[in-house]
Design a protein around this ligand. Structure first.
Ligand code: ADP
Ligand code: MG
Length: 692
């Protein structure tokens, strides 16, 4: 079958709905999807029945409400369609089962929103994201909330933020005379980076199995220094994996487009064509899951951690983001004849990113991403915007009031509708910027590879909605629209231009300059998280109905808890690996050396090298003993702190530091101990494990 035939073949999409639903039902459902209206139970019954028939024809036996709890991964509980009829069974699926589910929620993180005795949680069908078949189950995308209606998932705030942004953006569009658009959506195209290593190697590394990253490993002789991996020919085994991944994702209606090798050895990237943020988010979750499943089938392991290997590039997820009307017009497309409407949206984004740098930083904070952001890796922890030469010149001219002379020699005076043609490539790309304008969209590059993109996107949507709200408030009451418009754009640019930086974001000077500009630099999760619960951030999220105050606090607690748990698992894994395998391995080698030294000496032979090595190992073992003891007792003692932030700080400044010191000694030992005794595959072996 050709790609057009298999694309979406496992999705209950618009085409299937049109073909299988009675016209009334179809129209009612379409209205719910496009306008968010309530769906009556009798309509749901008809939809459910058609879905079931379709699913059965495609080999499904079960259905599941597929949701995204705050673990960051997806959850599903499968129920078969069977219903007893005397001695036989029939296959049934009702509207009630489609619309609402009631999983036992007590084992999902709630950050204190739900007491354990209140086990109830509800899943509610999200008709804006199509149902699909995976592994014999009809998967129904759902939102997940508590008995009291508080969001317990990643999807709910995202949907709320899309509503908020749509509402405010429509106010702006109306002011510019657009009376027909019914909705403004945000679009997202997430570029997903990942590593592939041989499964045999993976199975020998408890650190990767338990934590997703290597906790030990001395540098390989070869890393990425020759820059010989980026875009090179894809090896047959990796290619076979990518082909199967493409095909499986196409069947699920995921528009996978690009694949290539990345900078680090064993690192790769895939990117789909952009979609509505809600659907794109669901699709990215499925993509990450499929990557793991399909890699295993090809005898490999797919690593989605932000930093699986020290010393080589980590993995991110470039979140390409824009706004579009329901008719598909990209509002960030400068186009051939761009106007103030474009500049107003641009100004709204510049203002939002500057005012809520901290919230954007929180949205990408995690123990894993700490190894990238602010840790000599792309991009830095300082949020700034790259606009490129041409837009920057336009911004400059708006500021100074001087007529803009474009490269294409067209002139632009502020307040007139003659922005020059703005071809995508008049400006160079800046790969170092955390938030870059790339022609007709922004690329938010701080997102970690393992993240659900729901968080970063609900923050982006909300903060931009807030700028738009303020602009709309002013413009709606202005006597002279054109004058008010020019003033708003100019004021926003003057006030927020400190966030614009087109230079090298990796340079040390930028850190100093950014500090001079008063930009935030939260190097770690621990420094950044407390800003989540600052009043201005609570205000913006509650004002737009994206998160209630208690939901914010619960999420804050969860993020801190998650940080502590992650580091705790890493530390315990290190301790166990050291005690159970590394120390015994070193001892074996020491015994061998000791015997050799004694043997040589009994024959009156010189044993200089052996003794030297033995001395070196003994010294390292002494240090190892100290460092292990330090980490072990720090774990046993605990922080003694009462609150989650205190605990998290302890894990950052005591446990994490002790882990790094232990690693340093173990990595030296790896270089001295004979290979046959070392219990783990080396960095070199793992990074170059997929040979052909
Ligand atoms: P890069 O050179 O950074 O890899 P591409 O131009 O190939 O960038 O696009 C990267 C991603 O951006 C793709 O997923 C693409 O679909 C997405 N993208 C393009 N236009 C938009 C848009 N208007 N909104 C959101 N994402 C977009
Ligand atoms: Mg990119």
């Amino acid at each position: 079958m050709g790609v057009p035939e298999i694309f979406g073949s496992l999705v209950f999409n618009d085409q299937v709905m049109q073909a299988r639903l009675p016209k009334d039902t179809y129209n009612a459902l379409r209205k719910t999807i496009s306008q968010g209206t309530h769906l009556e139970l009798d309509v749901a019954n008809v939809v459910a029945s058609a879905m079931k028939e379709w699913a059965l024809e495609h080999g499904a036996t079960h259905f599941t409400h597929w949701f995204q709890p705050m673990t960051g991964i997806t959850a599903e509980k499968h129920d078969s369609f069977i219903s007893p009829q005397g001695d036989k069974i029939i296959m049934e699926f009702s509207g009630k089962e489609l619309v609402r589910g009631e999983p036992d929620a007590s084992s999902f993180p709630s950050g204190g929103l739900r007491a354990t005795f209140e086990a109830r949680g509800y899943t509610a069908w999200d008709p804006t994201s199509y149902a699909f078949i995976k592994d014999g189950s009809l998967c129904i995308p759902t939102a997940f909330c508590s008995y009291g209606g508080q969001a317990l998932d990643k999807k709910t705030p995202l949907l709320r933020s899309m509503d908020a942004l749509s509402f405010q953006a429509l106010r702006i569009l109306r002011l510019f005379g657009d009376m027909t658009s019914k909705r403004v959506i945000t679009t997202v195209g997430p570029e997903q980076e990942y590593f592939l290593i041989d499964k045999e190697m993976y199975l020998k590394r408890p650190d990767i199995i338990y934590t997703g990253r290597t906790l030990f490993g001395s540098r390989p002789s070869k890393g990425q220094e020759l820059e010989d991996h980026y875009f090179v020919t894809i090896k047959p085994r990796v290619s076979a994996f990518m082909k199967e991944l493409d095909e499986e994702l196409w069947k699920l209606g995921i528009p996978v487009k690009t694949k290539h090798n990345e900078v680090a050895p064993a690192q790769h990237e895939m990117a789909p064509i952009f979609e509505s943020t809600n659907v794109g988010t669901d699709h990215n979750q499925i993509t990450m899951e499929m990557m793991k499943v399909i890699a295993a089938k090809h005898n490999m392991a797919c690593l989605l951690h932000e930093k699986p290997f020290a010393g080589v590039n980590g993995s991110g997820k470039h979140n390409n983001w824009s706004l579009a009307t329901d008719a598909g017009k990209n509002l960030l497309e400068p186009g051939d004849n761009p106007d103030e409407q474009f500049l107003l949206f641009l100004a709204a984004i510049i203002k939002a990113v500057d005012e809520y740098q901290d919230l954007l930083r929180v949205s990408v904070a995690s123990a894993g991403n700490d190894h990238r952001l602010g840790a000599n890796e792309a991009p830095p922890a300082i949020v700034s915007i790259f606009l490129g030469d041409e837009l920057t010149e336009i911004i400059e001219s708006i500021k100074s009031g001087v007529v803009y002379q474009s490269r294409s020699k067209a002139q632009m005076e502020l307040g007139t509708k003659v922005l020059p043609h703005f071809p995508k490539d008049t400006t160079d790309r800046n790969r170092t910027s955390p938030f870059a304008f790339t022609g007709n969209k922004f690329e938010f590059r701080m997102v970690g590879s393992s993240f659900s993109i729901a968080g970063p996107n609900f923050v982006l949507n909300t903060i931009v909605a807030e700028s738009l709200r303020q602009f709309a408030d002013e413009l709606e009451k202005a006597d002279d629209f054109t004058k008010a418009l020019s003033k708003i754009i100019k004021d926003a640019i003057v006030k927020h231009e400190r966030i614009i930086f087109n230079g090298n974001n990796y340079a040390a000077e930028w850190v100093t300059e950014a500090e001079g500009r008063g930009l935030n630099n939260y190097k770690t999760t621990i420094e950044s998280l407390p800003t989540f619960v600052e009043q201005k951030n609570i205000d913006v999220l509650t004002k737009h109905g994206v998160l209630a105050e208690e939901e914010i606090h619960s999420r804050y607690e969860l993020l801190l808890e998650n940080y502590v748990k992650t580091i705790n698992i890493e530390a315990l894994t290190m301790v166990d690996m050291t005690k159970q395998e590394i120390i015994p391995a070193v001892m074996k080698y020491e015994v061998e050396l000791l015997n050799l030294v004694q043997g040589k000496k009994s024959l009156s032979l010189c044993a200089q090298m052996e003794e030297h090595l033995l001395n070196k190992l003994s010294d390292l073992c002494d240090s190892l003993d100290d460092k292990l003891e330090t980490l072990d007792s720090a774990l046993v003692n605990g922080s003694g702190e009462q609150d989650a932030l205190g605990d998290a700080r302890y894990y950052r400044y005591t446990i994490f530091v002790a882990m790094s010191e232990l690693r340093c000694i173990v990595d030296q030992l790896e270089q001295y101990v004979a290979k046959k005794y070392w219990p783990y595959p080396s960095y070199g072996e793992m990074l170059f494990s997929v040979l052909n």
